[in-house]
Design a protein around this ligand. Structure first.
Ligand SMILES: [Fe+2]
Ligand SMILES: [Fe+2]
Length: 273
């Protein structure tokens, strides 16, 4: 992987997003709001996990991995900061972040695990994030009708997630690398991720007053399970993680480069790792 660039997102988040900011669609808005709610604490956990684990490696391996880990940390720190500002608007609008409260409770247990397990958890979430991000970059029309600053927020984040998708995986290979451990954490993370995403999306819809509208569930079906729905398209890519010879770079994705090249006005490169 080449060096990772840290980019400052050049959007104005001083004004709140509209009630159904995502494509004027209640379900999509609730879904993306839910994901955003998980980022500030979730991405801090990823950062902490990698920084703790890399210290356990021999000096030569630390030296080899440090530049990419520095780039990963800088990108995730920027993401969580921007999403925290976005989430403040959601809370002010009356939504409640139960996903974050569950993360706080879970971290009391997870932080007692050895660093290699926390890296395995991070690598699993990063695979999820990369698969979902690649989907969004292949289908930017899911955000059609969304105000431009918010399209930039999600596609900038998606681009960087695809860019750094192998950093946690590579660190896990250095620090442990056992297939059984990788598979076990992916199975657990999958269950927890979907539980959290569903509960938070339902909570957002309930508070928004859109939970019992037919159009909400039509959109959910189309986005999740439709012919080019996210679950249908992402399932084979998610499943690849269980293969013994899997590496994230086997999923070649050009979408992030294309988006970054086509939207230079959306960000400012701060530094390369
Ligand atoms: Fe991120
Ligand atoms: Fe990430």
């Amino acid at each position: 992987m080449s060096d990772l660039t840290t980019r400052q997102l050049l959007i104005d988040l001083s004004q709140p997003p509209g009630r159904h900011w995502c494509a004027n669609d209640a379900f999509l808005t609730a879904w993306f709001n839910a994901l955003s709610m998980s980022f500030p604490l979730g991405e801090q956990f990823f950062i902490d996990s990698l920084l703790a684990a890399v210290k356990e490696l021999p000096q030569a391996e630390q030296h080899e991995l440090q530049p990419l880990i520095r780039g990963f940390v800088a990108q995730e720190a920027t993401h969580r900061h921007v999403h925290k500002r976005f989430n403040d608007h959601l809370l002010a609008a009356g939504l409640s972040n139960g996903w974050e409260r569950r993360i706080v409770r879970r971290l009391r247990l997870v932080n007692k695990l050895a660093p290699k397990h926390r890296v395995a958890i991070t690598a699993a979430y990063e695979h999820f994030t990369a698969v979902l991000s690649a989907y969004l970059l292949r289908h930017p029309q899911q955000l059609a009708g969304t105000e431009e600053r918010l399209q930039h927020l999600w596609l900038w984040h998606a681009s960087e997630e695809v860019e750094h998708k192998s950093v946690a995986f590579d660190l896990f290979q250095h620090i442990d690398g056992r297939l059984a451990v990788r598979r076990r954490w992916m199975a657990r993370v999958t269950l927890i991720f979907f539980l959290d995403a569903v509960l938070q999306t339902l909570s957002n819809l309930r508070r928004d007053g859109s939970l019992y509208q037919l159009s909400t569930w039509r959109s959910a079906w189309r986005f999740l399970l439709g012919p080019s729905g996210v679950l249908r398209e992402s399932y084979p890519l998610w499943k690849d993680y269980f293969r013994a010879d899997f590496h994230p770079n086997q999923h070649s994705e050009a979408g992030q480069d294309a988006w970054l090249q086509e939207h230079p006005q959306a960000y400012r490169a701060v530094r390369a790792s």
